[in-house]
Design a protein around this ligand. Structure first.
Ligand SMILES: Nc1ncnc2c1ncn2[C@@H]1O[C@H](COP(=O)(O)OP(=O)(O)O)[C@@H](O)[C@H]1O
Ligand SMILES: Cc1ncc(C[n+]2csc(CCOP(=O)(O)OP(=O)(O)O)c2C)c(N)n1
Ligand SMILES: [Mg+2]
Length: 308
């Protein structure tokens, strides 16, 4: 064993406690039985976990990147409700074989990503298990929340950025392909997806919103079903979007279909929205009916599912 519980808690606390102390809304921070925080308006609550072997591999990603990724996954769910993230709690299992420096890096990745979104880690839990597991709960605040059920016929459909780079990174790592400069965005998007809080907040005028964790197609189906409308996704519009040419080149060099990456890839945590005059890339329109139609697509791409 490379550490004891007290040591880990002391190291983790010192990484998180500065933000606790400097935030006047944290009444009781890390160190007691529970945290006490100020809340107003409506609280938006979400939780997501990351399991070693399922969501990340220590051979592929640094502890810092793993910390960033689980935090982005949680923060994106808060932004996907049109809310602003405020507080996080982190439950962590360790095997006992990690180095203390690895655990500190993980906490730093979480703390830095949280700070970019003006949110703070106010507590957590620690236990031993055969795998590393990170379960994070995020609390946000909003006056008006945006659900998956608000899409209206006549809306345009937008993504905050082109999805697919994360899946490309996953393919590169899974196939153990030699790294090339062209793969930088894909690898970094998989290991530590980009989250731009300012961009996320500009989607507060969306009619329906969710983040793309599973895949664009799955998430489009979820909104279309919840809103009782049909989605018409236009591949020609996506082709004109920022990043398409780069992703198409990566897809070709790793032997993947670019549409599998875009439509069926997940974990980019970009926002999928419907509404009028939103930022990002317009990828189609909301029409009467049900289901998701992708114009000019001959075959259905296969998305990630935990249980097949
Ligand atoms: N174990 C669970 N207990 C209760 N609710 C759950 C559980 N797992 C998922 N959910 C709920 O099901 C919905 C879909 O979950 P998920 O696909 O994980 O959403 P997301 O992609 O936003 O993380 C969410 O509202 C989530 O809170
Ligand atoms: C080692 C490893 N294998 C496979 C994947 C790919 N992967 C794992 S979970 C997932 C989908 C998203 O995860 P989920 O837990 O369903 O997120 P949620 O929808 O709850 O936000 C994908 C694409 C990965 N990230 N790491
Ligand atoms: Mg989830």
């Amino acid at each position: 064993m490379n550490f004891n519980e007290e040591q880990v808690i002391s190291e983790i606390s010192s990484i998180f406690s500065h933000s606790n102390k400097s935030n006047p809304e944290v009444i009781v921070g890390i160190g007691d039985d529970a945290a006490v925080v100020t809340t107003d308006h409506h609280s938006v609550i979400t939780t997501d976990m990351a399991i070693e072997g399922i969501h990340f591999r220590c051979e592929w990603s640094s502890a810092y990147e793993i910390g960033c990724k689980i935090t982005v996954a949680n923060l994106a769910d808060i932004y996907a409700m049109g809310a602003d993230p405020r507080y996080l709690v982190v439950a962590l299992t360790l095997t006992g074989n990690e180095e203390l420096s690895w655990i500190k890096e993980l906490a730093q990745g979480i703390a830095d990503t949280a700070a970019k979104s003006d949110s703070v880690v106010v507590g957590g839990d620690l236990s031993r298990a055969q795998q590393i597991m990170i379960s994070m709960t995020a609390v946000g605040t909003s006056r008006l929340h945006i659900t998956r059920s608000g899409a209206q016929v006549g809306d345009s459909i937008y993504v905050s950025a082109l999805p697919g780079f994360s899946r490309a990174g996953f393919e590169i790592l899974s196939k153990n392909l030699p790294h090339s400069p062209a793969f930088v965005r894909a690898l970094s998007q998989f290991k530590s997806p980009e989250l731009d809080p300012a961009l996320m907040r500009t989607f507060k005028s969306a009619h329906a919103l969710c983040d793309v964790s599973d895949s664009l197609l799955i998430q489009a189906e979820q909104i279309s079903k919840a809103s009782s409308v049909a989605f018409e996704i236009d591949t020609k519009k996506i082709e004109k979007g920022d990043g398409f040419t780069d992703l198409a080149a990566v897809a070709q060099s790793i032997g993947c279909d670019v549409w599998d990456l875009i439509l069926a890839g997940g974990e980019d945590h970009v926002l999928l929205a419907t509404g009028v005059n939103l930022p990002g890339i317009c990828i189609g329109r909301v029409i009467e009916g049900s289901g998701v139609k992708v114009l000019e697509m001959k075959k259905a791409p296969d998305s990630w599912r935990h249980f097949n």
